[in-house]
Design a protein. Structure first.
Ligand code: ATP
Ligand code: MG
Length: 415
């Protein structure tokens, strides 16, 4: 039986790879313009990192992790997200002892055991950025601005920035009680998962996708109305910074990034263009995560942006990715002597950075030209005894059929 890719995974075929390369280059470019530097961390980590760094009341930790025991008896997990590994590396390499903030970005595969559907995979890919070490909302505004500008550069229309505040260790417990009091009479209508969240993480109930639960929380009190003075003034700061940069937003109190370590700022970029999986980018502030993972008491803020959803959205917006690069020149040959000559020339052109190609299947001339057409070569040149003797090549422009004679030594420059 023919083998198939595991459920929830996708091959990236050569005809699509250039789209990925396109967004990856643009991503690295904008991050460097904003002063973020790249970090790469392993694909797997100790399971314990995610239990602490993502939080054991979250969907990710409760039901989505790829966890296994390795041959040395260690519990290992394929990374479900990029922030905790970045925090782990930050602490382990003592980066916190250097001048702060630490501004980093990443581009990483992630693994979550989910029900696959459009825009939801088991192996997917994320761009992300983090600012470690800044308590000021300047950092939050910068992170959001980068996400906003990146999506704009990618030609995304019909996307809204939703922002909120999820409070802090001071005001959240107060709100939590208010929310529990509101939900208690509706407890029996909640789904099983939400019943289990009631004590440990009731805010996650606001984020539940089941229709009954959605109905139950319809008129629930919102964190944003219970912020302490500090959180309220930070939220005002954030809005004023976004206003100063001319970035539009919607205050949406239903945005819940239900991790215990999330504090204050929460935001999502949301679209209706790609169906149910409309959150392309989500992030927020996590002032206790670094400490929770064993580091110093230092704040952080960041986001993750799904590359598959980004690409779906770019396609839905009719983004022009340009064409995949094709050969600038294709060399065909007739006869063994010309073959060696052409091979020598091919190698020389490639050495000069020209996209040059030949037929490795050694077809006859007709076959070679058919192949050149298939590759979409811009120019072709047929090398025969005359060309070898004279050192002069006849270049054929494949779109105009125009022919020009050119000295071999001038060929690279002409191309
Ligand atoms: P959702 O509510 O859609 O499950 P999430 O809150 O789990 O999203 P985050 O953990 O914030 O998502 O991840 C950041 C981004 O990564 C998301 O906004 C989305 O673009 C992308 N993403 C998350 N899970 C998947 C997945 N299973 N497949 C593809 N992309 C994903
Ligand atoms: Mg999810």
């Amino acid at each position: 039986m023919a083998m198939k890719a595991p459920k929830g995974t996708k091959d990236m075929l050569p005809q699509d790879a250039y789209r990925w390369q396109y967004i990856e280059e643009e991503w690295a470019k904008i991050c460097s313009e904003y002063g973020f530097r790249e970090i790469r961390t392993p694909v797997f980590e100790s399971t314990d990192l995610f239990n602490r760094g993502v939080g054991d009341t979250t969907d990710i930790v409760q039901k989505e992790m790829y966890t296994f025991e390795d041959m040395g008896g260690r519990s290992i997990t394929l990374k479900p997200e990029g922030t905790s590994p970045a925090v782990r590396a930050f602490i382990e390499s003592n980066l916190y002892a250097e001048t702060q903030p630490t501004k980093i970005f990443y581009d990483t595969p992630c693994y979550r055991y989910e029900k696959p559907q459009a825009g939801r995979l088991r192996e997917f890919h994320q761009f992300g950025i983090e600012n470690f070490g800044t308590p000021s909302m300047m950092a939050d505004a910068e992170i959001i601005a980068l996400g906003h500008d990146f999506l704009k550069r990618m030609g995304i229309e019909d996307i809204e920035l939703h922002i909120s505040s999820v409070g802090c260790r001071k005001c959240r417990p107060v709100y939590r009680k208010v929310l529990q009091d509101y939900l208690r009479p509706k407890y029996d209508c909640l789904c099983e998962t939400c019943k289990s969240r009631f004590d440990k993480n009731p805010m996650r109930i606001l984020d539940c996708k089941s229709p009954e639960d959605k109905e139950a929380v319809k008129d629930a009190p919102m964190m944003i109305d219970y912020l302490c003075e500090d959180c309220r003034s930070d939220f005002e700061d954030l809005k004023s910074y976004l206003d100063a940069m001319g970035i539009e937003y919607v205050v949406d109190p239903s945005i819940v990034r239900g991790l215990d370590y999330y504090t204050k700022t929460a935001f999502e970029f949301i679209t209706t263009k790609i169906g149910a999986q409309g959150t392309v980018c989500g992030g927020g502030r996590y002032d206790h995560l670094i400490e929770e993972v064993g580091g110093p008491d230092m704040p952080g803020v960041g986001f993750g942006l799904g590359k598959e959803r980004l690409l779906l959205l770019m396609e839905a917006c009719g983004h022009d990715f340009g064409a995949a690069p094709s050969p600038q020149i294709f060399l065909a040959w007739i006869g063994d002597e010309a073959k060696l000559y052409a091979l020598n020339l091919l190698h020389e052109l490639r050495g000069k950075g020209i996209r040059a190609d030949m037929d490795t299947k050694e077809r006859n001339l007709k076959g070679q030209m058919k192949y050149a057409n298939k590759l979409g070569a811009e120019y072709t040149a047929v090398i025969g005894g005359d060309e070898v003797a004279s050192g002069e090549i006849t270049l054929k422009n494949m779109s105009t059929s125009e022919q020009t004679k050119i000295r071999r030594e001038d060929l690279a420059d002409a191309l």
